[in-house]
Design a protein around this ligand. Structure first.
Ligand SMILES: Nc1ncnc2c1ncn2[C@@H]1O[C@H](COP(=O)(O)OP(=O)(O)O)[C@@H](O)[C@H]1O
Ligand SMILES: [Mg+2]
Length: 583
């Protein structure tokens, strides 16, 4: 067994282990069903032979009928039992595996999410997980059932008449082969139809998410046509699927009847010659029909296992992924911070793929107090902010806090020190209060209100339908870009960490509100280390120092005044923004 398969089986076993008792009971019920089903033809044989020999009477026939009915009831109960137990266990395995995927993905960091968009992760946790569940549930059941039934049926048939058995089962391997071939094709077409369905729903989602744009641009008719096109493809793919599906079952019926033809020809002769009794022939035919399902099952199970294994390796790749910013092997304790926090970047380079340098030799030192990062769009300001917030990984010896290398400190401890306001603020579909208190769920309302006041959003929150309890986001009150930014700012202020990193925090806030916030932030800057990346310079008047970033390099540094006097680009932008500020 190759090591990869071994690893997969080990994972599956660890998932199944807590449910071995239920599985054992389930398979016992499954075997009981098989045994009872296999016994029924023998009762029929005795009954028919009794009738043929003239020895049967009403009483004996009634007794035999009763035995068959009792066996039928037993089959009913046990079938319910194994479905409940085995499929239930496979659903629980699915749930555990889903939880593991969720945890594993949550533990990963930016480089992983750059390669795997949310859609692919969702597909992993739905389609791939489903394939694994099918293989572990129905796949396993069908395999055990098929093996037992095949061996038992052929065994009983051989015991009755070896030669007749040979003739009867001759066409069956073809059925197994055909099912395997058709299943493979079925799988491809099923995947195609599913992909088309995903396309259809994604188109729907996009159209309605951007309904305002659709209306404003007047492209309803175009969207309708495009939707119709995808809908037609969806039907075509499903018809292609139905052709294969439609062929599979009739084909097994055809093969079963072919076997029957052979048995009637050969077996009929044997009955006429007296070598086989009528009852035996009837029982023989019953066993033959019982064999068609396992033959089909082999092909089906092979496909199911193959798909399940492919999906499982995809899942394991994610489970095995490790965050780039791993816990250091010997984490250092956090440095002393009673005299404030100093964040330093030294010779920081950042590449996206070979030959594409995004940041080059960044040197900067911040705190305590406010450091501004200025620069045109696309210069690399957000990248620097993300590095300091430890969202993007850095090489050793590039990022320091009070002289200690960031890579020697646990990422979790670092994030406990640094509050980050990202450029695009994200809110959960929850209350305003919960959104602000995200990092400090224990915070009291007074603290939350104080933070909201500092971010100049308190009055607007009070004007919302339920104040701080108003639900925002999906199916709640929707907020303007500036409101979202200020909520994110309030969240960072409330988190009360010694370092505050803000990436263009006020880009969507109007000039007057911006001034109010800056006045509030002044108090916060005093005893903290703040790094603010912005393409708006009003904040920089408060800064101790401003660095100018252009095309991923530091091209100038100084106070706001110095830069406004000396740096032509800075002066031009500052002048233009000063004009905007005038009432
Ligand atoms: N994850 C990424 N992979 C590749 N390129 C990126 C990534 N993030 C940002 N960039 C590129 O890096 C450059 C700097 O981006 P950014 O820091 O967002 O600029 P800004 O100064 O406007 O904040 C841009 O050219 C951008 O396209
Ligand atoms: Mg940016």
């Amino acid at each position: 067994m190759n090591p990869e398969t071994k690893r997969r089986l080990r994972l599956l076993f660890s998932l199944f282990r807590p449910r071995l008792a239920a599985l054992a009971a389930g398979f016992a019920a499954l075997l009981a069903v098989d045994a009872m089903q296999l016994f029924i033809p023998r009762v029929i044989r005795d009954a028919v032979d009794g009738i043929a020999a003239g020895s049967a009477d009403e009483q004996s026939l009634f007794r035999q009928g009763l035995v068959i009915a009792a066996l039928g009831c037993g089959v009913f109960v046990c079938r319910y039992g194994w479905r409940r137990l085995i499929l239930g266990a496979s659903r629980q395995v699915e749930r555990d595996l889903r939880a593991r995927i969720f945890d594993a993905v949550l533990g990963l960091d930016a480089p992983f999410f750059h390669k795997n968009p949310p859609g692919s992760i969702v597909a992993l946790a739905s389609n791939d997980l489903n394939a694994v569940q099918m293989a572990c549930g129905m796949g396993l059941v069908a395999l055990v059932d098929a093996v037992v039934m095949t061996l038992a049926c052929i065994g009983f048939m051989l015991a009755m008449h070896p030669f007749l058995t040979l003739i009867a089962v001759a066409p069956l391997p073809f059925l197994a082969l055909a099912t395997a071939l058709l299943s493979a094709r079925l799988h491809h077409r099923f995947a195609a139809a599913q992909k088309r369905f995903a396309e259809l729903s994604e188109f729907c989602r996009q159209s309605f998410a951007a309904i305002r744009l659709v209306k404003a641009a007047g492209i309803e008719a175009r969207q309708t046509r495009a939707f119709g096109r995808i809908g037609r493809s969806y039907i075509r793919d499903n018809l292609r699927l139905a052709t294969v599906q439609g062929a599979l079952f009739p084909f097994s019926g055809l093969m079963g009847n072919l076997c029957l033809l052979l048995v009637l020809l050969a077996g009929g002769r044997l009955v006429i010659e007296g070598a086989v009794s009528v009852g035996e022939l009837v029982a023989f035919i019953s066993y033959l029909f019982m064999l068609t399902w396992p033959m089909m099952a082999f092909g089906w199970v092979a496909g199911l296992f193959q798909r399940g294994m492919t999906s499982l390796s995809r899942i394991m790749k994610v489970l095995d992924s490790r965050p780039v910013m791993a816990e250091p092997s010997e984490p250092l304790p956090l440095p002393a911070m009673d005299k404030g926090v100093r964040i330093e970047l030294s010779g920081l380079n950042l590449d996206s793929g070979p030959g594409r340098r995004l940041l080059e030799g960044i040197e900067l030192s911040a705190g305590p107090g406010l450091l501004g990062i200025a620069g045109p769009t696309g210069a690399g300001k957000s990248l620097i902010a993300a590095v300091v917030a430890r969202i993007l990984p850095v090489a050793d010896g590039c990022l320091f806090i009070n002289g200690v290398d960031a890579n020697r400190i646990s990422p979790a401890a670092w994030r406990g020190l640094v509050a980050f306001v990202p450029q695009h603020s994200l809110l959960f579909a929850d209350t305003v209060r919960a959104n602000i208190a995200l990092g400090r769920p224990d915070a009291g309302l007074a603290e939350i209100e104080a933070a909201a006041r500092a971010a100049a959003i308190h009055d607007e929150i009070m004007a919302m339908p339920a104040g701080y309890e108003t639900v925002i986001g999906e199916r709640g009150v929707s907020l303007s870009g500036g409101q979202k930014q200020r909520l994110a700012l309030a969240r960072a202020i409330l988190s009360d960490k010694p370092v505050l990193v803000m990436d263009d925090p006020l880009s969507a806030v109007d000039a007057a509100t911006e001034q109010e916030i800056i006045a509030n932030l002044r108090k916060i800057f005093r005893n903290r280390t703040c790094i603010v990346a912005s393409h708006r310079f009003s904040l920089f008047e408060e800064a101790d120092r401003v660095v100018v970033i252009e095309r991923g390099r530091v091209t100038d540094r100084g106070s706001h005044r110095e830069l406004a006097a000396r740096n032509p680009w800075y002066a031009m932008v500052a002048a233009r923004q000063a004009m905007d500020l005038k009432p």
